[in-house]
Ligand binder design. Structure first.
Ligand code: ADP
Length: 145
C-alpha cells in the first residue's frame, strides 16, 4: 500500500448532468483527498497528448469533440492505492458493461454513446498519473497542506 495521486477528469457528460457533487462525494467517501481541482476547457493540443493512445482509432475525432462540449473538472486526488481504487469505483470504459454501484454503471450513457460518454477519466498507472498531473496542473496548483 502506498499513497498515490491520480489525475481525474469529470467529462462533459458529468458537467451536463450536474453530477460533480455526486461523483466527488463517492471519491471522498472512499477516503480520498482533493489536492487540486479546477475547471478548464481542453484544447486540441492537450487532447492530442492525453489521448495519444487512441489517436489512430476511428472514434478519436468524436472523443475530441465530446471532450470539448463543455469545460471539464480536473482533480488531483490523493490516497492509498487511489489509482487502482478509482478505476474500480468507475467500472469499465463501456458504461453498458459497468455494474450498478459503479460511477459509470450508475451515471454513464446507456445508449449508442455508452463507450464514450462515461463520466470520468482516471489515470491507469503511476507513470500515467505523473505525466497526466503535469499535463493538467501547473506548478503550485496541487496542494500538500
Ligand atoms: P478508459 O478511459 O476507460 O481508460 P481508454 O483509454 O481505452 O478508456 O479510452 C479513452 C476514452 O476514449 C474512453 O474513456 C472513452 O471516452 C473513449 N472511448 C474508448 N473506446 C471507445 C469506443 N470504442 N467508442 C467511442 N469512444 C471510446
Amino acid at each position: 500500500m502506498s499513497s498515490e495521486t491520480s489525475l481525474i477528469l469529470l467529462k462533459p457528460d458529468a458537467i451536463q448532468k450536474n453530477l460533480a457533487g455526486q461523483v466527488l462525494a463517492r471519491f471522498q467517501a472512499a477516503g480520498f483527498v482533493i489536492r487540486g481541482i479546477k475547471m478548464m476547457h481542453l484544447s486540441d493540443e492537450i487532447l492530442a497528448d492525453h489521448y495519444s493512445h487512441i489517436a489512430d482509432k476511428p472514434f478519436f475525432p468524436a472523443v475530441r469533440s465530446f471532450m470539448q462540449e463543455t469545460p471539464v473538472i480536473a482533480l488531483a486526488l490523493e490516497g492509498e492505492d487511489v489509482i487502482a481504487a478509482v478505476r474500480d469505483l468507475l467500472g469499465p470504459t463501456d458504461s453498458l458493461a459497468a455494474a450498478p454501484g459503479t460511477i459509470r454503471g450508475d451515471f454513464g450513457f446507456k445508449d449508442g454513446d455508452a463507450k464514450m460518454r462515461n463520466v470520468c477519466h482516471a489515470s491507469d498507472s503511476v507513470e500515467a498519473a505523473q505525466a497526466e498531473l503535469k499535463r493538467f496542473f501547473k506548478d503550485g496548483e496541487i496542494f500538500a497542506y
